[in-house]
Design a protein around this ligand. Structure first.
Ligand code: PMP
Ligand code: GLN
Length: 394
């Protein structure tokens, strides 16, 4: 006998379209099959020694209780100083910066804090999977604009499609650059159009810049924060995190910066999601953000070498290889190998070749636009990439 609403699938309806994230699914498959995991984007080496030492010290020296709600002052100051140093952006560490549990929480708190049910969020597809889930949790509606490979395998979008995605219910644009999974770096011209539309339609911008230090020499553009364009600082919430830049994805230390009203909206939601996080890691990330320039240039150069290594190997193995201007990822076209469906291809790849990759179609509403595309991560040691390439060539 059941009473009330007990029984059936207890999950709220707005979350039912979302299964287990593709990253967890594919990493579990890698573990089960012993395949080389070029799926989920996490490095297989530790971050800078100065940062690790600082974390070990903090663990022993009294940083094990709740940090302040907005984050430790030393980290907020380091976040502000880092943005001034690299992007010429000024934020007051007291009020214009908040520390979050990774960029993921900042994105979720921003959407939950800024969107009423029915508000529309313009984003580019393929999109990072948490975007759709956070938009759905808020009861908001996503308006995706499709990125498509063009000249030289570089992704672009149709300006008319972007304009058509804006309307009276547009609350914000959620922009990721450098972009996962395509490796696209948005150009000044593209950002200028986005900025104009935000201003014309009275929309905010939330930017996900977790790959801000991963733009390669041959990219069509350097990294440009949308907040640095005229008229945009006052309407942009800029999000980043330590995971990618300092190879510590498990620490989950992220942050959001912007005008005080936007940061306050994030903080007011965030305090009821996690309240605070990562006590002893916060001072360590502050140390990392202050490392000299050669850490950052060395990091970018090291990943560019590994991109080149994987890119060459994938091409030799017969994949169609698209441009990878930034991030941890290369997108490939499986049609030259006789494939047509990326999910089918990726589910069979561990058995066939001993490698795990991510089907890009799961990041699209327009599934056909990404059906034939598969993403490989190159944030791995050179010997791991060499092993994967040797397996793929067989
Ligand atoms: N945004 C993008 C585009 C990502 O690729 C990731 C994964 N690192 C995140 C957000 C999440 O970042 P974090 O691990 O700091 O929550
Ligand atoms: N950002 C990582 C990727 O795209 C994974 C993050 C996650 O597993 N949620 O591979």
């Amino acid at each position: 006998m059941t009473a009330g609403n007990f029984g059936g699938d207890p999950l709220v309806e707005r979350m039912r379209p979302f299964g287990t994230t593709i990253f967890a699914t594919m990493s579990a498959l890698a573990l089960k099959t012993g395949a080389v995991n070029l799926g989920q984007g996490f490095p297989d080496t530790d971050g800078p020694a100065e940062m690790l030492d600082a974390a070990a010290r903090a663990l022993r020296e009294g940083y094990n209780q709740y940090p302040p709600g907005p984050g430790l002052p030393v980290l907020r100051q380091a976040v502000a100083a880092h943005q001034r140093r690299f992007w010429g952006l000024e934020y007051d560490p007291d009020g214009e910066v908040v520390v979050t549990a990774g960029a993921t929480e900042a994105i979720a708190a921003a959407i939950l804090g800024l969107c009423e049910a029915g508000d529309e969020v313009v984003c580019f597809e393929p999109y990072y999977d948490s975007y759709a889930a956070s938009i759905a949790l808020a009861g908001a509606v996503r308006r995706p604009v499709t990125l498509r490979p063009g000249d030289g395998g570089r992704y672009g979008f149709d300006p008319a499609e972007l304009r058509a995605a804006f309307g009276p219910r547009t609350r914000l644009v959620l922009l990721n650059t450098p972009h996962n999974p395509t490796g696209k770096v948005f150009t000044r011209e593209e950002l200028t159009l986005i900025a104009q539309l935000c201003q014309e339609f009275g929309a905010y911008a939330v930017t996900d810049e977790v790959y801000e230090h991963l733009v390669f020499d041959d990219a069509g553009s350097p990294h440009l924060p949308l907040a640095s364009l005229p008229g945009m600082r006052e309407r942009t919430l800029r999000i980043s995190s330590a995971g990618k830049t300092f190879s510590c994805t498990g620490w989950k230390v992220g942050w959001a910066s912007g005008p005080a009203a936007l940061v306050s909206a994030v903080l007011r939601v965030k305090q009821f999601l996690t309240f605070v996080n990562a006590g002893p890691f916060q001072p360590a990330v502050a140390v990392a953000l202050g490392l000299p320039d050669d850490y950052f240039t060395g990091f970018t150069a090291g990943l560019q070498e590994r991109r080149d290594q994987l890119r060459a190997g994938l091409a030799e193995a017969g994949f169609g290889v698209l441009a990878a201007e930034g991030t941890y990822f290369i997108t490939t076209d499986i049609r030259p190998l006789g494939g047509s469906d990326g999910i089918e291809f990726c589910l069979g790849l561990p058995e066939r070749s001993g490698v795990v990759a991510i089907p890009a179609q799961v990041f699209y509403d327009d599934v056909d636009a990404g059906r034939h595309l598969v993403r490989f991560a190159f944030c791995k040691r050179p010997e791991v990439i060499a092993d994967a390439v040797a397996r793929l060539k067989q």
